[in-house]
Write a protein that binds this ligand. Sequence first.
Ligand code: NHR
Ligand code: GAR
Length: 215
Amino acid sequence: MTAKKNICVLISGSGSNLQALMDACSAGKINGQIVAVISNKPNAYGLERARKAAIATHIVSYDDYSSRAEYDAALSRLIIQVNADCIVLAGFMRILTPGFVDRFSGKLLNVHPSLLPKYKGLNTHQRAIDNKDPEHGVSVHFVTAELDGGPVIVQSRVPVFEYDTAEELAERVNEQELRIYPLVVKWFCDGRLAMKDNKAIFDDEFLPETGYASD
Ligand code: NHR
Ligand code: GAR
């Protein structure tokens, strides 16, 4: 068994994905430890969750920096300081600069609430409803400079029902997030995942564009 990987989680909100990761780490399901939780929002509920688990928390607020480059430089310093092997975006709402993304390339993961390449960006649930999509879902992907455009590792699908509200659909998607994100982080910490030529590699094989076939 190799040494535990150091995981740094970036959040902006409630932190349900963070909670699932903390639970999986403390249950020994992931060969890693969460060494820091960073939020851009001082009152994110996820910070409370981390404090309860005695995990170090940091707030890096936009308001304290005059440019995206300076903001990302502060974020980089923290990540280097905690010696992170893996940087997990879990509901983090701030677009990262290409410089930042390049520096940590292959170590940055994100959970995005859509079946990428559909619905990059925000308001994904409402867009799926408005388009009358029969299904929707979630993607875990490597982060690259192209927003929500990095290679997909795993997707999970949910049905969209006729009278769904965006909130109901988000809830259904979130249940899937809490299942697949810890699994992907486990794979990463086991050294089974990598990124090369803008493609995801799992157990030394390139994954298809929709990621690992989990259906
Ligand atoms: N950064 C890069 N370079 N590449 C990605 O793929 C990224 C990223 C940063 C965050 C998460 C993403 C999502 O899963 C993510 C992926 C925020 C926005 C956004 O528009 C878009 C996508 C994502 C996160 N943010 C606004 C901004 O100006 C702020 C919105 C707000 O504060 O509410 O940064 O969906
Ligand atoms: C998750 O549903 C995640 O997919 C989404 O925010 C939620 C965070 O929930 N991410 C984005 O919209 C990124 N732009 P959480 O804070 O409870 O983990």
